[in-house]
Design a protein around this ligand. Structure first.
Ligand SMILES: [Zn+2]
Ligand SMILES: [Zn+2]
Ligand SMILES: [Zn+2]
Length: 359
């Protein structure tokens, strides 16, 4: 689905933040729902407030006890306990390999093709938009990230990106400006694009197209609560494009006391970039289980911060500090619990939890 509210909430140790959904009066929920967003694919910009669903005064589903479902965990410890008690069967590729084998794979999604890079004469993966099944994409993007992380086999695209990062870090001015109280007055979105392009080439095959970065408006809290950023992808007359919004002061306000907000801003940027990457690259039919094959077998624990997101985000957390020299925090726990709280996520298996590093 497109444009789910893919924000990165501040990670507060193992404690979930209050999602804005609950902070709002009952009739002003502005959290876009996937089904609604599918209907607005032709829309190009932010949903108008007036068009957003009004929430009834009925108790929310998430507030009602559900048979066989534990209450939404408020911290990691509760999360672990709930997952243990639910004991869901695992449908990840490792536990359920037969449904992911080449013989039974979804035939509707495409394979990643490779082309020759004119400059380096290397065979390089060349992605097309909206083409791939989620877990297939996950495997390939992790392999791509590993090439750089494991040294010798990096593509030229990756080596160049790393050089650009090193120059940017050495220069230091842009990063220093990220630590200012209001980014809007100190860092142009064009400069943030430079960083995004580095992430794109290093981690996402350079496949991200048409991502526009914005600083959030004064209506941020109303739309996005205490999220630090969010991303939405739209399909319009001009093709597929993503909108990546950052709050311009919240990083400073939240993190300047405990340390530099720079790494948090960079983390938010990469978190949202990963959403854009999935939204732009996965085949909507597979993703929304409209594809005949995928609907019968895959629970990718969608949307937002489920299995696909967790696996790539975890890989990034493992490699980024070594490569780029800042501690990456993808806010994986808070974001996932936020999905559950909005009844948008699916409960993971204990094996998922272990693989994601939460067990
Ligand atoms: Zn997110
Ligand atoms: Zn599993
Ligand atoms: Zn499929």
């Amino acid at each position: 689905m497109y444009g789910s509210e893919y924000g990165r909430a501040p990670d507060r140790a193992s404690c979930i933040v209050h999602h804005h959904h609950h902070a709002l009066p009952p009739d002003t929920s502005l959290t876009p729902k996937p089904s609604l967003l599918l209907n607005m694919l032709e829309e190009t910009e932010m949903p108008e407030v007036a068009n957003m669903p009004k929430e009834s005064n009925m108790p929310k589903e998430s507030d009602m006890p559900k048979e066989g479902k534990p209450p939404i965990p408020q911290n990691l410890q509760e999360f672990r306990k709930a997952v243990r008690s639910l004991h869901r069967p695992c449908n990840c590729p490792k536990c359920n390999p037969e449904v992911f084998s080449p013989a039974t794979q979804c035939k509707k999604h495409r394979e990643i093709s490779s082309g020759e890079d004119a400059e380096s004469n290397e065979r390089v993966p060349s992605l097309s938009i909206q083409s791939y099944e989620d877990m297939y994409l996950v495997n390939h993007v992790i392999a791509y990230i590993n090439r750089q992380a494991q040294g010798a086999h990096a593509y030229k695209l990756q080596r160049d990106a790393l050089e650009r990062w090193q120059a940017l870090a050495k220069d230091g001015r842009l990063l220093a400006r990220l630590a200012k109280k209001d980014m809007r007055n100190n860092v142009s979105t064009k400069q943030l694009h430079k960083v995004l392009e580095i992430f794109n080439d290093l981690y996402f095959f350079g496949a991200l197209k048409k991502v526009r970065i914005f600083y959030g408006t004064r209506f941020w809290r109303k739309h996005w609560g205490d999220l630090l950023g969010h991303a939405q992808t739209f399909k319009g007359r001009a093709g597929l494009h993503s909108k990546l919004e950052l709050h311009s002061t919240l990083h400073y306000r939240t993190y300047s006391a405990s340390g530099m907000p720079i790494s948090e801003i960079l983390s938010t940027l990469l978190h949202e970039a990963l959403h854009c990457f999935f939204d732009q690259s996965t085949a909507p039919g597979c993703r929304d289980k409209q594809c005949d094959f995928c609907k019968t077998r895959v629970e990718n624990i969608e949307p937002g911060h489920g299995r696909a997101f967790q696996l790539v985000a975890k890989k990034l957390e493992e490699v980024v500090s070594g490569q780029l020299g800042f501690p990456l925090r993808m806010a994986r726990t808070t974001s996932f619990l936020g999905d559950l709280e909005r009844e948008e996520g699916q409960w993971p298996s204990l094996h998922d939890l272990t693989v994601w590093g939460f067990a």
